[in-house]
Structure formats: structure tokens, C-alpha cells
Design a protein around this ligand. Sequence first.
Ligand SMILES: C[S@@+](CC[C@H](N)C(=O)[O-])C[C@H]1O[C@@H](n2cnc3c(N)ncnc32)[C@H](O)[C@@H]1O
Length: 175
Amino acid sequence: MAIFLFFLILLITFFIFFVIQFYNIVFRSYAPFISTKRNVIKKIVESLNIKEDSIIYELGCGRAGFLRAIGRKYPRAKMFGVEYSFLPFLIAGLQDSLTNNNITILKKNFFKVDLSRADMIYCYLNLETMKRLEEKFKKECKHGAIVVSCSFPMPTVAPQKVIQEKGESIYFYNF
Ligand SMILES: C[S@@+](CC[C@H](N)C(=O)[O-])C[C@H]1O[C@@H](n2cnc3c(N)ncnc32)[C@H](O)[C@@H]1O
């Protein structure tokens, strides 16, 4: 009976997760929950040259794989993952608690998060969201802040460089 209840709760949790994701993807143009490939994360982290104690945000962090990779190279960095969806938020929190790092996972809509302290921001989202974020970055990002977007460029800001990794374009911006 206990096992049956456990699987029933699990099933209901997944069902609610998929309904919310479906609604947000179809009606609000939110990016779905898909993780950046490991080799792409590796390439981005290798290409970055940031100060040791940088403040870093991953917008729509999913499982926060990018931040954990950053934490391995820059143990003094202060990192914030922002995720609205409860399932990836829980997974990220769980994985985070198993490692010794400076990652804080915020369960929030990233459009409501102040980005003015960020030295570096990572995104793997979609074109529609990058269009909206471009306006937010222009208003909030401090001079010198770096934005990296995997696969989806901003519509009007010119990237400082674009690199390719296994068929993915990675866009680097300097504000
Ligand atoms: C394509 S996944 C990327 C996950 C992770 N950043 C990675 O690269 O592995 C996009 C994530 O953004 C989240 N997301 C989309 N729109 C969001 C919003 N407005 N606020 C917070 N999270 C959002 C989704 O729930 C999803 O987990």
C-alpha cells in the first residue's frame, strides 16, 4: 500500500509538472526544461576569463549544471541559479546539497530578479525569451557584465564573439 501511494504521488507530481510546463511553453513562450550538453558547458567554461570572486547567474538554471562546472573552476565565485519550475528546482537543490559550493537556487521567474550585481549571466532559453531579456539586460547589467547564450542570440545586440561546439552556436556579449 505504501509503495502504491508513493508511486501515485510521484505520478501526480510528474503530471502537474508536465501540465505547467506545457502551459508555460505554449501560452507564455517559456523555454522547456532541456539541459545544456556537457561538452558545450566545458567549452564555455574554458572560453571564459572572469575574476575569481565573480557573481554569476544562470537564468532558467534547470539542474544548474553550468553553475556546478563554474564552481569547479572558480571555487570563490558566488553563483545564483534562477528556476521557476518546481521539479528542476528540487533536482538542482538536491544536487547542490551534495556538493560543497557557493550556489544558491532561487525559485523565481527570472524577469523578476535584479541582475545589476551580475558579472556573468548564462542562458540556454529560446529566441522569444532572449528578445525580452535583451531589454532587461540593457536596463540592469553593469558595465563590463558578460552574457553568454547557448543557441539563441539576442535580436539587436551584436555578440563580441560566437563559438561553435558540436553544432551549437554559443554567443558571448559584453555590456
Ligand atoms: C532549456 S532549459 C536550460 C536549463 C539549464 N540552464 C541548462 O542549460 O542545462 C530552460 C530552463 O529555464 C526555465 N525557465 C524558462 N523560463 C523561465 C522564467 N521566466 N523564469 C525562471 N525559469 C525559467 C525552464 O523551466 C527550464 O528549466
